[in-house]
Design a protein around this ligand. Structure first.
Ligand code: AHR
Length: 515
């Protein structure tokens, strides 16, 4: 087999711990049998999230009167950047906000909508962006909407009538109201959340698993009676703090909701407060464990059913979030994380984990889309793309088809949290004859040479190589400064093995055509 590489990628610096370093052989292998799959990757895993929080919607997605906005108030530059992210599913209106949101406040003429005290984040909600604005925005974005109902301070009727307003085509007082507000036909929103993080004491309307399970089941029943075609997401545990039993919460919730909900949510935010690169880069192992534990709870709840009903995981909030976090984050310009390269690498490893659990994770929403812990950052004059934008773009734009079960053999290291962390983190997807392999080199300062070996197929010519990297792991982007971005090159491969040297602290996507 012949492999040609551009010289810039071929160099392998001396690396004492790496077997192949300085010698001819690779340091690691990724073996691929394209018949070994986990089944289809659901496009909805490349979703995003907008909440009435800080400058995410007001000042991000939506800025009335700005020269950068269209006649409806949507920021055109933000919309273009979001479109380039291939957002498949957009969650709204929260988050914690959803637990004090009355959707009736956000319909009708904008100038007549009430200003309400917003208790989740300590502001006043002007309600100028409501149901119609959200659904118009999602249509412009080319995404699918996912609405989280208020099961905190809200009532069963409030949730049911929201489904009726949006999805019902019968002639009722509620659907007449929709028509009066300018929308003749129902939108038919399919994905609905049964509340947000209801296990968290921080949540308005927080309750016990038993109380939530019973309450959400009746809400689900009414919502389903209104539209039997909707898909429902139960609020899984999000409180991973000391003393919380998140598995017990999920078990109880599924006891009540397994006949109604189609998904159970999982949220995970991670950070690097101790400035330990290796440990931080291993955060996706935490995600792997949580997905697998929750998957086991689902399996236990669904075991023995004869009706073919399935439940999946909706990872409907995830990201790096630790700097702009805590009780002081109340008011306007909050949760504004400025991301660096290592954050982007963690995002890439989370995406690998999502693809490596494609059989059970069917919804994913990065939290959030603009300004608030987000890949897109604006001011009144424009925007810049944060480091985390680039891995999201590569995954959403190119990872299609079936998730491959890769056999990865790589050197490992230890960290305070984990005993054995592979330096090479990878996922793969096959769509027809197109193979995509995503590789994160978790090593801070050494390249790692990896043999990507096909067991039953061969490479057929040019391979596109896209690398997200920057000068060092703390490099950040800013207005007018792009230190971290994607660079693209082409290599040629034939035969069954492509040996490639992955740069230190990098995420690389290899896209190849197979013979
Ligand atoms: O995404 C920010 C917040 O994090 C959300 O409002 C909440 O659901 C979570 O705790």
């Amino acid at each position: 087999m012949e492999v040609t590489r551009r010289a810039v990628f071929a160099a392998s610096a001396s690396a004492p711990f790496l077997m192949g370093a300085g010698s001819a052989g690779p340091d690691a292998t990724i073996r691929i049998d394209t018949g070994r799959t986990r089944g289809p990757i659901d496009r909805k895993v490349f979703g995003n999230f907008i909440e009435h929080l800080g400058r995410c919607i007001d000042g991000g997605v939506f800025q009335e009167g700005s020269p950068l906005s269209d006649s409806e108030g949507f920021r055109k530059d933000v919309l273009a950047a979001a479109k380039n992210l291939d957002v498949s599913l957009l969650r709204w209106p929260g988050g914690n906000f959803s637990s004090n949101y009355d959707w009736m406040d956000g319909i009708g003429p904008r100038n007549q909508r009430p200003r309400r005290l917003e208790m989740a984040w300590g502001t006043v909600e002007n309600n100028r962006f409501g149901t119609h604005e959200f659904l118009d925005y999602v249509a412009k974005l080319g995404a699918e909407p996912y609405i989280c109902a208020n099961l905190g301070t809200g009532t069963w009727t409030m949730a049911q009538r929201w489904v009726e307003y949006i999805n019902c085509d019968q002639d009722t007082a509620i659907t007449r109201l929709r028509k009066k507000n300018g929308r003749e036909k129902p939108w038919k929103v399919k994905y609905w959340g049964l509340g947000n993080e209801m296990d968290g004491p921080w949540q308005m309307g927080h309750r016990s698993a038993e109380d939530y399970g019973k309450f959400a089941r009746e809400a689900a029943k009414l919502m389903r009676l209104t539209d039997p075609d909707i898909k429902l997401v139960a609020a899984g545990a999000a409180n991973f703090g000391p003393g919380s039993d998140w598995i017990a919460w999920n078990r109880t919730v599924l006891h009540y909701l397994k006949d109604y909900a189609d998904y159970i949510s999982l949220h995970l935010y991670v950070g690097n407060p101790k400035n330990d690169f290796g440990d931080f880069l291993a955060s996706s192992l935490d995600l792997d464990q949580r997905i697998e534990a929750l998957s086991g709870v689902i399996d236990a709840a669904m075991a023995g059913r004869q009706d073919g009903r399935k439940m999946y995981i909706a990872l409907d909030e995830w990201n790096v979030w630790y700097r702009a976090r805590g009780p002081k984050q109340r008011g306007r310009d909050i949760l504004e994380e400025h991301y660096n390269l290592e954050d982007a690498l963690v995002v890439a490893t989370f995406l690998n984990s999502i693809i490596n659990h494609a059989d059970v994770v069917k919804i994913g929403n990065l939290a959030q889309m603009v300004n608030v812990i987000a890949p897109i950052f604006t001011n009144d004059h424009g925007l810049y793309l944060q480091t985390i934008y680039y891995p999201l773009q590569l995954f959403a734009g190119n990872v299609r088809g079936d998730s491959l079960k890769l056999d990865v053999n790589a050197p490992t290291y230890k960290s305070p949290r984990f005993d054995s962390i592979p330096y090479i983190d990878a996922s793969g997807a096959l769509d027809g004859n197109t193979l995509v392999v995503n590789v994160v080199n978790r090593h801070l300062d050494q390249p790692i040479s990896v043999a990507v070996a096909l067991e039953n197929r061969s490479f057929a010519g040019p391979v596109k190589v896209s690398e997200v990297n920057g000068p060092d792991n703390k490099a950040q982007n800013d207005f007018g400064k792009t230190l971290v971005k994607t660079t693209t090159n082409s290599v040629t491969a034939s035969g069954n093995t492509l040996t490639y040297s992955f740069a230190p602290h990098s995420y690389t996507q290899i896209k190849a055509t197979l013979a």
